[in-house]
Design a protein around this ligand. Structure first.
Ligand SMILES: [Zn+2]
Ligand SMILES: [Zn+2]
Ligand SMILES: [Zn+2]
Length: 153
């Protein structure tokens, strides 16, 4: 369930006009058609299912790295050792609520720390360039599943 999704209705197909490697283009295509955060493994197996000569896992990782650097892809740390990736509009980012049990995630449509950045900048004379913030916990379904029997509804 997405609170907000910026995917899927962008008018300018910007990325294609950039000079991307073949691998990076394919990785981007996979990310473009999903709202879910995908791991490198997910992307790799998606490509293996549909490509005659799919890029190897190393290429997928390398492509993701360069896409992140270009600001076309955001990498998200789920705290389980495997990063997830999603396509973002250039220069944009979002934050996520990550369920520690089922690993579902909800995209938040607003930046939670813009004010904090400004006060840090003022107080510490620190030029803030970015931040990473994910919120971990239990989604509603997992809370219900863990509730004592009989207490449902
Ligand atoms: Zn959950
Ligand atoms: Zn997101
Ligand atoms: Zn933010």
């Amino acid at each position: 369930m997405n609170v907000q999704s910026s995917h899927g209705h962008s008018h300018s197909k910007g990325p294609q006009s950039l000079r991307l490697t073949k691998g990076a283009k394919k990785v981007l295509e996979v990310l473009e058609r999903t709202d879910e955060l995908s791991s490198a493994q997910d992307i790799h197996s998606a490509l293996r299912n549909e490509e005659d000569s799919p890029p190897g896992l190393t290429t997928v990782y390398r492509s993701l790295e360069s896409l992140v650097q270009l600001g076309l892809v955001q990498s998200v740390d789920f705290g389980d050792g495997e990063r997830r990736y999603e396509m973002v509009k250039p220069g944009e980012h979002h934050h996520h609520l990550v369920c520690e049990k089922c690993r579902n995630s909800v995209h938040l449509d607003q930046c939670l720390v813009q004010q904090l950045e400004e006060s840090i900048q003022a107080k510490y004379k620190f030029e803030v360039r970015g931040h990473i913030l994910e919120i971990f916990g239990l989604c509603e379904q997992c809370q219900q599943a863990m509730a004592p029997a009989g207490k449902n509804q």
